[in-house]
Design a protein around this ligand. Structure first.
Ligand code: AGP
Length: 616
């Protein structure tokens, strides 16, 4: 949440910052702003609305200044106003700061600073930190050989409770940027004659592939030619430069109207990438390089706990279904935000998995830390290479889905489903899953990209169905077994981007309450794959239609599901059960996408949401 970009180099900073912010807009888009370290003092430009609004302001205020910091905001404290937009400048004009996170003790610090004469222009917690740094900057010993800005930042951070990723510039030290992190991601783009600092590599991948990820409790000092990392306690840190494994073109729209649409259509490739090199045909199993557990250690695992949020949590429910079914290991699925405060009793041989597309979700990260603090080994499934969760977990699996920009997760979800299935195969083959059954699963997984493409070929037909349903205000999504999490995901997708109220339910639960909602005003999307429960689900459809509820069915069944069995039918290929959740997801994504478009919604930037939730 909130995107930070800072630049120090030889080129005009403002356009580089605006371009960087555009790449980070998925982190928040309430307002945007930048601060430039001009020769005659700091100049701040900021505005409510999208980065485009800031871009116009920047054009009207041309500047050649080559040092600056910038921010795109997702409001936490204080409404969306120009004054509350970042950067915040200290009352004496010396310090400008951008901040991502929440300062919990900001009220007491503000009271203290007001007594000391500080004046505040916003209602944000972040302005308190700008003023606190200015307060200490005015008081640090400028002759002790230490960098005064660094000293002031260090002193201020030691007073803070809460989380932060910050970038700071100072009018008296115009050729430097200071950044720091605790709980909110920050990384450095190492260039030639220039350096950048950002919440996410997407902000600078167009300028450099070299990145250094900061850890919590670290401060970085940037100049044009160099950067230096220390801890808040002044210990020096050896920086490890890694290479970003994707290119800026991958994060561009191309011929698509929205990133969500682009990412839906990227799924065949994304899932191909998630599988690459991860099967052993000889052993009829999957293999993963980074789990850091040998077969003997796996045999000792007698329970697994999966923790995550939102869409990733839905993928964990599918993991539960498949791991219990194919590997016979009991699995519990926890909301990361609940787990941390729940103090759940844990079996000593439990193994933890955290799942996160971004790898930066604060609730998931804190759940990971809580489990590790209790002595458990935690593995991570993440898409964000080098993200905090990937770095802090004891091993894990990268999704390799490529950058996901649309706020509504699509390709990351289906790649999580694929990995969940492959993991169940891997664990099953260590236990009781036979060679032949394993081989069937390997074949099924390998067929996924082609089968997804077949469903994507029906996009026009699904768009026409969406047209007929775009004006409803309520929807039910129903599914059984591994289709229940997919029903939840379908409902989440629809509500996120179209603001239609939608609920996901296990189809069998219908009669225990939700059936009361059924009327001609409330259609249902029913996941009806071939298999054991098809007849039961068809009964649910009958019950719904008998009450005048329209039904869109998604089915892989052939003639057992006749054309008149639902109002609208989307037919998907019939395949092994272990890949059916993936196949059933694709029409739901397209349905939600087209309904949102018909309603004129901003699909990639839905109201109130941010892609990466880095504040609690
Ligand atoms: C997905 O469409 C949502 N925007 C959201 O639920 C998301 O899945 C959740 O915030 C978790 O994000 P993560 O996977 O990056 O941890």
């Amino acid at each position: 949440m909130c995107g930070i970009v800072g630049y120090i180099g030889k080129h005009a900073a403002s356009s580089i910052l605006v371009e960087g912010l555009k790449q980070l807009e998925y982190r928040g888009y309430d307002s945007a702003g930048l601060a430039l370290g001009e020769k005659d003092g700091i100049k701040v430009l900021k505005k409510t609305g999208r980065v485009e609004a800031l871009a116009s302001l920047v054009q009207e205020n041309e500047s050649k200044c080559s040092v600056g910091i910038s921010h795109t905001r997702w409001a936490t404290h204080g409404p969306v106003t120009d004054a509350n937009a970042h950067p915040h400048q200290s009352w004496d004009g010396k310090i400008a700061l951008v901040h991502n996170g929440v300062i919990e003790n900001y009220q007491s610090l503000r009271t203290f600073l007001e007594k000391e004469g500080a004046e505040f222009r916003s209602q944000t917690d972040s302005e308190v930190l700008a003023n606190l740094i200015a307060y200490y900057y005015a008081r640090v010993d400028k002759d002790n050989g230490k960098n005064p800005l660094l000293c002031a930042v260090r002193e201020s951070l030691s007073q803070l409770e809460g989380t932060y990723g910050i970038a700071v510039i100072c009018a008296d030290q115009p050729d430097e940027i200071v950044g720091a992190r605790k709980g909110s991601p920050l990384c450095i783009g190492v260039g030639s004659g220039e350096n950048l600092i950002a919440s996410d590599v997407a902000a600078f991948v167009g300028r450099t592939q070299n990145v250094v990820y900061l850890d919590d409790g670290q401060i970085v000092h940037l100049t044009r030619e160099d950067f230096n990392i220390t801890t808040i306690g002044e210990k020096s840190v050896d920086a490890v430069i890694s290479q970003i494994d994707w290119k800026i073109e991958q994060a561009e729209l191309g011929s698509f109207k929205h990133f969500m649409e682009k990412e839906i259509f990227e799924q065949p490739q994304a899932l191909e990438n998630a599988m690459r090199g991860r099967f052993s045909d000889d052993e009829s199993t999957a293999k993963f390089g980074g789990l850091n557990l040998d077969a003997r250690e796996w045999r000792q695992v007698d329970r697994m706990v999966f923790c995550s949020c939102g869409t990733a949590w839905h993928s964990c429910l599918v993991a539960e279904h498949f791991i219990e079914r194919y590997a016979r290991i009991p699995v519990e699925v926890e909301y990361a935000s609940e787990f941390r405060y729940r103090n759940a009793p844990l079996d000593k041989n439990a193994l933890f998995f955290v799942v996160s597309q971004s790898g930066e979700t604060i609730d998931t990260l804190e759940a990971l830390r809580e489990a590790q603090r209790k002595g458990f080994r935690v593995l991570g499934i993440t898409n964000g290479v080098g993200a905090t969760i990937a770095r802090e977990s004891d091993g894990g699996i990268y999704q390799h889905a490529g950058p996901e920009i649309g706020v509504a997760s699509t390709k990351a979800f289906t790649s999580q489903l694929l990995i969940a299935g492959m993991l169940s195969l891997y664990l099953g083959r260590m236990r009781d899953l036979s060679f032949g059954d394993g081989r069937e699963m390997v074949r099924a997984f390998k067929a996924v990209p082609g089968l997804i493409s077949q469903i994507l070929d029906q996009a026009d037909q699904i768009e026409k169905i969406a047209e007929r349903y775009a004006d409803y205000q309520d929807f039910l999504f129903l599914g059984r077994q591994s289709m229940f999490p997919i029903a939840l995901e379908g409902a989440l997708k629809l509500k996120e981007i179209s603001y239609i109220h939608a609920e996901g339910y296990p189809a069998g639960e219908m009669k225990h309450g939700p059936i009361a909602l059924i009327s001609e005003e409330c259609p249902s999307v029913v996941l009806s794959p071939h298999g054991d429960t098809l007849k039961k689900v068809m009964n649910n459809i009958e019950e719904t239609r008998a009450r005048k509820g329209r039904v869109i069915a998604i089915t892989s069944a052939g003639k057992e599901f006749p054309d008149n069995a639902a109002d609208d039918i989307i037919r998907i290929p019939s395949a092994h059960e272990c890949i059916m959740p993936i196949l059933a997801t694709i029409p739901l994504q397209l349905l939600a996408y087209h309904i949102a478009c018909k309603r004129g919604c901003d699909v990639d930037k839905p109201r109130n949401l941010a892609k990466s939730v880095t504040v609690e």
